[in-house]
Design a protein around this ligand. Structure first.
Ligand SMILES: *Cc1c(COP(=O)(O)O)cnc(C)c1O
Length: 231
């Protein structure tokens, strides 16, 4: 996509975030925009960085590593948001700043063991399967508190909060309920982990509903970089 198009798409997304924040009596500064650049070339990320974006989300390890390498000079913050195979944790621990898609202890343990000490703790969100969909990754809301408790004790990762991808819905009430269920779980976890500060939810189609429910990080791909050839 050309640079001017990416710039105007980012403007539109920032305007939507600001409007949703105002609507919810929140500050837009409290909502971080993660530009999801999976399948898109490094040049698109460079164009988005030129607009002031710093946070980028990637799902596929190999293509992400290539882009992280190519864009080193920009000092971007990289978020891994895709499914994680346990034999791929080392490069994730070595090259990313955040991992949003942790849903089992084994992965968290490996990330903690493999995180290079000089980088400081890796920021982690627990991915929660809030709609209990068979096809989706994520720990169930029922099992999340126990998992969070154990993960919070690991030395080289820092548990920051919860990530979820609620089932898309055309019914605004149903959509709001799903995001509110994630927010309720987040608030429950904060009772025992008051340092948790991140609620990662909201994508191109539903960022307004996510912000209304308290999202602090929205992950936007299509509405910044255009449709993907594969997803
Ligand atoms: C691809 C992806 C996104 C971005 O979705 P869009 O609908 O393109 O905005 C956000 N979060 C995750 C986990 C994704 O895999």
């Amino acid at each position: 996509m050309n640079k001017a198009t990416i710039a105007s798409q980012i403007d539109k997304v920032l305007t939507r975030i600001a409007a949703a924040a105002t609507q919810a009596s929140r500050l837009s500064e409290d909502i971080t925009l993660i530009a999801v650049s999976k399948t898109k070339p490094a040049s698109d990320i460079e164009a988005a960085a030129a607009c002031g974006l710093k946070d980028f989300g990637e799902n596929y390890l190999q293509e992400a590593l290539d882009k992280i390498q190519a864009l080193q000079a920009f000092e971007l913050t990289w978020h891994f948001i895709g499914p994680i195979q346990s034999n791929k944790t080392r490069p994730i621990a070595e090259h990313f700043d955040w991992v949003h898609s942790v849903d089992r202890l084994k992965i968290a343990q490996r990330l903690s063991d493999q995180r290079p000490a000089h980088l400081g703790p890796l920021n982690i969100c627990l991915q929660v399967n809030i709609s209990n969909e068979d096809t989706k990754s994520g720990v169930s809301a029922e099992q999340a508190p126990e998992l969070a408790k154990v993960i919070a004790t690991l030395p080289n990762i820092r548990l920051r909060g919860v990530m979820a991808i609620p089932q898309p819905s055309d019914d605004p009430t149903e959509q709001a309920a799903a995001f509110e269920a994630v927010a309720a779980l987040f608030n429950t976890l904060r009772l025992t982990n008051p340092e948790l500060d991140t609620l990662s939810m909201g994508m191109s189609q539903d960022l307004e509903a996510a912000i209304a429910a308290g999202s602090t990080m929205v992950r936007i791909g299509t509405d910044i970089f255009g449709a993907r050839n594969r997803s």
